[in-house]
Ligand binder design. Structure first.
Ligand code: 5GP
Length: 120
């Protein structure tokens, strides 16, 4: 899938639409999900134009990948998610239910998150 420059997270990165920012560095941006599915629901995105986890893993530079996952770790700790645990999710493609085609990790916590799937 080609990267779509007009996806909503690309617009957030360009500052064209606002976000409730939690963290930013050279490689990553983290903000609150606009429609939280848990008491804490954070989105972490790389600044590079990658569609999903497969694209990022295959085409991201070592510096970008290290920078991104270091940011995920820092945010999880700083936001208090590591104390009681949390769930990280990277929805990918159609079957994965990915809505925004810019790679992102959901961090869900602040309460028990429940079953991995509710319908099985
Ligand atoms: P996906 O289904 O692609 O894994 O998740 C996309 C997430 O982005 C959803 O949880 C949705 O609520 C969130 N989202 C969509 N548009 C916006 C927006 O404009 N701002 C923020 N902060 N989150 C958004």
């Amino acid at each position: 899938m080609a990267y779509d420059d007009n996806n909503i997270f690309a617009k957030i990165l360009r500052g064209e639409i606002p976000c409730n920012k939690i963290y930013e560095d050279d490689f990553s941006l983290a903000f609150h999900d606009i429609a939280p599915k848990a008491k804490q629901h954070i989105l972490v995105i790389p600044k590079g134009a990658y569609t999903d986890i497969v694209d990022f893993g295959a085409n991201g530079s070592a510096e970008e990948i290290k920078g991104f996952y270091s940011a995920v770790s820092k945010i999880a700790k700083d936001e208090g998610l590591t104390q009681d645990g949390f769930r990280s999710i990277a929805n990918t493609g159609n079957f994965g239910g990915q809505e925004v085609p810019h790679y992102h990790i959901h961090l869900l916590g602040g309460e028990p998150i429940g079953a991995l799937r509710s319908n099985v």
